[in-house]
Design a protein around this ligand. Structure first.
Ligand code: PMP
Length: 361
């Protein structure tokens, strides 16, 4: 079809994974262990589900466009004003709005590589020029990224903990880098996996100290609400206000907001998930060591490991045994796979399947 924008024509379309139902039907599997998208294996908080169910009675009305109640709750939690919070249809919407509002065609965007694909995607969608800075020793090369930004960038994306490596950087190193980034570069710190990370890092003070810092968070990971599509950005009102001009006024639905509010109150569910993840990682590390496979110690709810053979083959062999993981070829790591930490039973099934899969090759 003619008339497609140049920026869109140049992009590679996103190829989503096969729906789980199709995989199960094709392979005749009934209990697939789904460890490919870093979801919470405990599911959502029962309190979030109950709140969404109660909110169903109001679905004939439009939601309050700015999710005011959730912003006020987050403001309390962060001890920042409510107009520092933008609620999005997943943090994906926050990234897209930042790109739509701040990027002209040809503007530069600095991204880490490998990292979450959405940063590159939203930049390319706006016709921006993407400068990818390789990780150094599995962590973000902050000095190199700051240098790339100093040559003139509108946006710089950071991911902490990083997907797919699970690695973090120190706050002091970020502060040193921020001193070298021009104030006109917005620095987006994507903290989708932040609640799993037990290292010190004060996002609140960062966003207060640096007017060009934006923090992104999500309800998709530790809160177990990926299907609701709920995330948020924290930033100064001067940075945030223009985003409302581009935003679909009803992008965040009332059920998600009600569930999000209840999820924030269920501290126990978060704690349980954190403990399960911590124990699961220890179990997976021990298994990788026994199998003689390298892995990257992770601050998130997934672990990147080196299969030392084509990941696509290992992926297929695991899938035939009913275990779905993420091969990392699309991240530029053709021998690596990423596995989400599951329940003890799911982790055990993954390790058994992996042993069998490696034995085949
Ligand atoms: N950031 C990172 C690093 C992610 O891995 C993901 C989801 N895989 C997201 C953001 C997207 O989160 P959301 O569901 O809130 O759009």
């Amino acid at each position: 079809m003619s008339g497609v924008r140049t920026a869109v024509r140049r992009m590679k379309p996103y190829v989503p994974g096969k729906p789980v139902e199709d995989v199960q039907r094709e392979l005749g599997l009934h209990d697939l262990v789904k460890l490919n998208q870093n979801e919470n294996p405990l599911g959502p908080s029962p309190r979030a589900v109950a709140a969404a169910r109660a909110a169903m009675a109001q679905v004939h009305t439009y939601p309050e466009g700015t999710a005011r109640r959730l912003r006020e709750r987050l403001a309390q939690m962060w001890n920042l004003p409510a107009d520092w919070f933008l609620i999005g249809n997943g943090s994906d919407e926050v990234f897209r709005l930042l790109a739509e509002v701040y990027l002209e065609p040809g503007d530069r965007v600095v991204v880490p590589e490998p990292s979450f694909a959405a940063y590159r995607f939203v930049a390319e969608l706006m016709g921006a020029e993407v400068v990818a800075v390789p990780l150094a020793g599995w962590t973000m090369d902050l000095p190199a990224m700051a240098e790339a930004a100093a040559r003139g960038a509108k946006l710089l994306f950071l991911c902490r903990p990083n997907n797919p490596t699970g690695t973090v950087f120190a706050e002091a190193d970020l502060r040193a880098a921020l001193e070298r980034v021009p104030p006109s570069t917005l620095v987006v710190v994507d903290e989708a996996y932040r609640e799993f990370d037990e290292t010190p890092f004060d996002s609140r003070t960062l966003v207060q100290d640096y007017p060009n810092v934006v923090i992104a968070r999500t309800f998709s990971k530790i809160y177990g609400m990926a299907g609701f599509r709920l995330g948020y950005g924290v930033m100064r009102p001067e940075v945030l206000a223009p985003l409302y001009t581009a935003r679909d006024p009803f992008s965040v639905n009332g059920l998600a907001v009600a569930a999000g509010l209840a999820a924030l109150d269920d501290v126990e569910h978060v704690e349980r998930t954190r403990a399960l993840t911590r124990e699961g990682k220890a179990y997976l590390y021990a298994a990788f060591q026994r199998l003689g496979l390298g892995y990257v110690p992770s601050e998130a709810n997934f672990v990147l490991f080196d299969a030392r053979r084509p990941a696509a083959e290992v992926f297929d062999a695991l899938l035939r045994r009913g275990v779905l993981v993420r091969p990392c070829g699309s991240f530029g790591l053709p021998d690596h796979l990423r596995v989400t930490v599951g329940t003890p039973e799911q982790n055990r099934r993954f390790v058994e399947a992996l042993k069998a899969a490696l034995g085949e090759g």
